[in-house]
Structure formats: C-alpha cells, structure tokens
Design a protein around this ligand. Structure first.
Ligand SMILES: [Zn+2]
Length: 101
C-alpha cells in the first residue's frame, strides 16, 4: 500500500511535467503538445491518479488537444460558470466558478 502511494506521487510528478512541456512546446509544435497530453492522460489512467483540476482546464475533454487561450481556446464567463470553447473541435466545456463564502 505504501509503495503504491509512492508510485502515485511519481505519476503525479510526471503528469505535471508533461503539462509543463506541453505548454513550452505549444508555440512551436502544437501537435507535440497534444501528444504530451495523451501521455499524461495515459499515466493518470494507468496509475489511477486524478489529473488536478487546474490541469484539466488546459486541455479539451472532447478532442484532448492542449488549449491555449487566444490560440485554440475562447473563454467566456456566464453567471457563475466559465465556458470554454475549443476551436479545434468546436465544442464547449463548462466549469463552475467556485466562490469562497
Ligand atoms: Zn476540442
């Protein structure tokens, strides 16, 4: 059980660094960014680690492309929701804005 935890920590680190690399390479090679995302998702599934919420917003849940605001992502805020529009697959994602009260 303990070693499993350690495994998960390593998996999380790898996921984080893959997202970092996806961000870095996006300008030059967006296709490679998508591959990093695919890889990160595979690691998450295999190791049963959840992709952190802030990272989940960095890729499209429909086509799994890496999303960059102003490039292939449009962000709108409506009521208490943020609406992400993926310009690659033309689909929407909705997130609820959390208010701390
Ligand atoms: Zn998409």
């Amino acid at each position: 059980m303990k070693s499993n935890n350690k495994f998960k920590v390593i998996a999380k680190e790898r996921i984080n660094s893959l997202f970092e690399q996806a961000d870095k390479t996006f300008k030059k090679n967006p296709k490679l960014s998508d591959r990093y995302i695919t890889l990160a998702r595979k690691i998450a599934m295999k190791s049963r680690v959840r992709i952190p919420r802030e990272l989940k917003r960095k890729f499209c849940k429909h086509c799994y492309h890496y999303l960059k605001s102003g490039v292939n992502l449009r962000i709108r805020t409506k009521d208490k929701k943020v609406v992400y529009y993926c310009l690659d697959c033309k689909k929407y994602m909705r997130f609820i804005i959390k208010t701390k009260h």
